[in-house]
Design a protein around this ligand. Structure first.
Ligand SMILES: [Zn+2]
Length: 231
């Protein structure tokens, strides 16, 4: 299996899932990981992906789609002209973090690598909390993408967290002893997590709901309570 490892919390736990005995009845073999450089402003997540892969001693290849950056405009993640929204991750303002075509590009790149290596599966860490804002994380999209990669290359797309909440992922990751503290969520690209962007709020809330100690250093450690209280 090729794991799409962004370096975030969800894909860090996905890597743990791919390595876990939870797949004993459906062996995936030793996973490889692929991270995608799409010109994201928060470069820290690629460093996090390298740390997580090193932790697990799995192969990580960073595929560069950065030349597309000039085309992926209109998103706060790729376009310096778009302000990164703060607040709750289901707010309509978070639409500014949608990157045009992102998961189709990611799945295509990972499926190409899987095909070249003779791997049969690509795993992606979409979860239920992504559905309101990111259309290409929804089950219908993932099923259609998997049908396409299966038909074309014999490669299936697996999204074991597609119906999970993020706090369930955090709890599951803690149970698997995943290196959650190595993961990076923040879209703001600072030295520590900002604590105010949608993905920081979601991260902090999910640890709290899961009852898992949050290893993250936030520049603003209390904002998430305010953001989730008004959601
Ligand atoms: Zn942040």
């Amino acid at each position: 299996v090729i794991v799409l490892l962004s370096g975030g919390l969800d894909s860090t736990v996905l890597t743990a899932w791919a390595l876990s005995r939870d797949n004993a009845g459906d062996p995936l073999g030793w996973p490889d990981a692929v991270a995608i450089d799409y010109g994201q402003r928060h470069r820290r997540e690629l460093d996090a992906a390298r740390k997580v892969a090193a932790h697990y001693r799995i192969r990580l290849d960073v595929l560069s789609l950065a030349p597309l950056r000039g085309e992926l405009t209109g998103s706060a993640l790729t376009d310096p002209g778009v302000t990164l929204p703060e607040g709750h991750y289901t707010d309509t303002s978070m639409a500014a973090t949608v990157v045009p075509g992102r998961n189709l590009l990611f799945i295509a790149a990972a499926a190409a690598v899987a095909t070249a290596r003779g791997d049969r599966e690509v795993a992606i860490a979409c979860h239920a909390g992504d559905h309101p804002v990111y259309p290409d994380c929804r089950p219908g999209f993932l099923a259609a993408a998997s049908a396409a990669t299966l038909a074309g290359y014999g490669v299936a797309v697996r999204a074991p967290f597609a119906d999970w909440t993020k706090d369930r992922i955090a709890a599951y990751g803690a149970r698997l002893d995943a290196p959650l503290g190595l993961s990076w969520s923040c879209y703001a690209g600072g030295d520590v997590h900002c604590g105010r962007c949608g993905t920081c709020v979601e991260r902090a809330e999910s640890f709290a709901l899961a009852g898992v100690p949050d290893p993250t250093e936030y520049a603003d450690p209390s904002y998430w309570r305010q953001a989730t209280a008004h959601a």
